[in-house]
Design a protein around this ligand. Structure first.
Ligand SMILES: [Zn+2]
Length: 296
């Protein structure tokens, strides 16, 4: 996936202007983005007239889940979650004569089929909608919360507790070593991976931990090795549901491979001419592995 690391200059966050602003809608249902299908291509945006028809009788600007996301090329972008009933309206419309080719498609399935920037904004929209859904009530006193700071946070009207969207930093590290057989990569597989696939190590940062401490801890916990010369590679937002993946390369220092039970099914050193099945070429894991191979 090539979700941009940051939005381009066309992106802007300022408070939404009064109604009348030309708007884009990012509509979701169960994690899928509303797109129209034209031959084999996926099209976004879906016209506001169609969205209005699907949401009837609720006016789109009074929809309870609709929330501001930001401006893109001067147009206000809004996220909106369809209810079960509204989804059924769509199904009924498709079944009738007004078949519009509309469908909800998982964001992951749209990689490379919609422009990167649209995917990045959709990734922001789905995370903000999920934030609203899961933070309707104050975690301290259980009073209803309201959007605050133009929608960047939610605030409790009783006790003032403020919540922000969750972003969970996670590290990824590709461990390498030079041997008489050439460069080797330490790749591991989680029991959750597709059969035969191996990847770099990854794990979530814990409270009070730096990224570097997390990398050392995870490498030792998961495969029992010590590292040195940790170098930053790149980062990527991963909105499934709210991670920020921060990727590094490191040199092997010491230790024998020992797999952590329940977490790592297998881990081993691979030479570059005998690599296993790797993650999809759109993932940051694959870009990281490809970059380290290309260096060798
Ligand atoms: Zn409260």
């Amino acid at each position: 996936m090539i979700l941009p690391n940051s939005f381009e200059a066309a992106w802007e966050y300022r408070l939404p202007s009064p109604p009348g602003d030309v708007a884009h809608h990012f509509c979701f249902y169960r994690g899928g983005l509303l797109v129209s299908q034209d031959e084999n291509a996926r099209q976004w945006p879906v016209s506001n007239a169609l969205i209005r028809a699907l949401l009837e009788p609720t006016p789109v600007d009074q929809h309870p889940s609709r929330r501001f996301i930001g401006y893109w090329h001067g147009k206000a972008c809004w996220g909106l979650s369809f209810t079960d009933q509204e989804f059924q309206n769509l199904e009924a419309m498709q079944a009738g004569q007004r078949d519009s080719g509309l469908r909800f498609e998982a964001l992951r399935a749209l990689f490379n089929r919609l422009p990167d920037e649209v995917l990045a904004i959709a990734g922001r929209a789905i995370q903000m909608l999920e934030f609203d859904r899961s933070h309707r009530f104050c975690g301290a006193c259980a009073t209803l919360t309201k959007l605050h700071e133009g929608g960047r946070s939610r605030r409790c009207s009783a006790c003032g507790e403020t919540s922000y969207p969750r972003v969970a930093p996670a590290m990824m590290v590709l461990i390498k070593r030079e041997t008489m057989f050439g460069r080797q990569l330490l790749l591991a597989r989680s029991p959750r991976f597709p059969a035969g696939m191996y990847s770099a190590l990854a794990g979530f940062v814990e409270p009070s931990e730096s990224i570097e401490s997390c990398i050392h801890r995870e490498a030792f916990e998961e495969v029992g090795v010590r590292l040195r010369n940790i170098q930053y590679f790149d980062s990527q937002s991963w909105p499934f549901p709210h991670s920020l993946m921060i990727a590094y390369v490191a040199d092997y220092d010491s230790g024998e491979i020992q797999c952590q039970e329940g977490e790592i099914e297998d881990a081993r050193w691979f030479t570059l001419d005998a690599l296993p099945q790797l993650p999809h070429r759109l993932s940051i894991a694959r870009r990281l592995i490809d970059a380290v191979i290309a260096q060798a």
